[in-house]
Design a binder for this molecule. Structure first.
Ligand code: DON
Length: 306
């Protein structure tokens, strides 16, 4: 199969629709991103990465960071983490608060904002926030093989300025004694992880361990055990697109995690890690063109996991 050709054809078939959807405007720094950007990168276990369009340009990975934070938090705490966060799809939008009251402050999964705030709390653990964020950045720089990966300070600031919903979620959970660290410290970490800037190439390469039983085939680094890798992929499949997860599984059939910056990381076990970026979002806050690109790639490769 000519994967390079598939990636280029996919990009070319959708290029005319660049700009479709609504750029996230509740975070002011994201509202300023050029809506016509469109990149695709596909990394395979043999170490090759095929790219098309704006695949070299860093963008704000937002909620896609929740996957890497989950991997690190599980490494620190193991399954005990799941005493504080569930493993079920929420059926609600990513920033919804409604379920927290019914479930005594325990979020339904680690990918909705409330659940990610819990995993960030566990990543921080009993050390300074800066140390936890440095660990996350070091992991990404290693597995993406790019020491220039940074946190965009302007986006992080903007997250904080527009962060009252996340503060509400965190203080609400704190009222049930679900969090260990102080809310401002946890959110300081959460806002910075969301502001990580990676290109599609970086992201596809960083996600490759998830397609390879937890070990990055290029660097040889075991990020998580194969059992844990399967479980993270299962959560991406069932919860990675919030209240659009069923639709994404139905139409694309890859494990996936979206971000409001317009990126999606998709994992096809034993085949590839794919990153797409187009800032225009659909109703569930996930990239319109990015989802369409993954659907086309699934069709052209026949790689749906079902
Ligand atoms: O906390 C927020 O609302 C954003 N920083 C991240 C949300 C997000 O990416 C949802 N994904 N589609």
């Amino acid at each position: 199969m000519d994967l390079a050709a598939i990636i280029h054809e996919t990009w070319a078939e959708l290029a005319a629709r660049r700009g479709a959807g609504q750029v996230a405007d509740y975070i002011p720094a994201l509202a300023r991103v050029d809506p016509t950007k469109f990149g695709i990168a596909l990394a395979t276990p043999d170490g090759q990465t095929h790219c098309a369009g704006d695949a070299a340009e860093p963008f704000s990975i937002q909620s896609i960071s929740k996957v890497f934070v989950l991997a690190l938090a599980l490494d620190r705490h193991g399954p005990k983490l799941f005493e504080r966060v569930g493993r079920e799809p929420s059926g609600d939008p990513f920033n919804s608060i409604v379920q927290l009251e019914r479930d005594h402050g325990i979020p339904r999964n680690p990918f909705i904002n409330a659940g990610a705030i819990v995993t960030t709390d566990h990543l921080i653990d009993d050390r300074p926030v800066d140390e936890a964020i440095a660990e996350l950045l070091a992991l990404l720089r290693t597995i993406a093989r790019d020491d220039t990966i940074m946190i965009d300070g302007e986006v992080a600031m903007s997250e904080s300025t527009a962060g009252d919903r996340n503060r509400s979620l965190a203080y609400f959970m704190a009222s049930f004694d679900v969090l260990n660290n102080a809310v401002p410290d946890i959110l300081n970490g959460y806002f910075r992880q969301c502001a990580l800037a990676l290109s599609c190439r970086n992201l596809a390469e960083a996600g490759l361990f998830l397609a390879c039983d937890g070990t990055d085939p290029v660097t040889g680094q075991t990020v998580v055990s194969s059992e844990r890798c399967r479980r993270i992929n299962a959560l991406m499949l069932t919860c990675g697109h919030y209240d659009n997860s069923g639709q994404f599984a139905y139409e694309v059939g890859f494990c996936g995690k979206s971000g409001v910056g317009g990126g999606i990381l998709a994992v096809v076990p034993n085949r590839a890690s794919i990153a797409v970026w187009s800032p225009g979002l659909g109703d569930a806050g996930t990239s319109l063109l990015g989802s369409a690109a993954l659907r086309l790639i699934a069709e052209k490769t026949g790689w749906s996991i079902f």
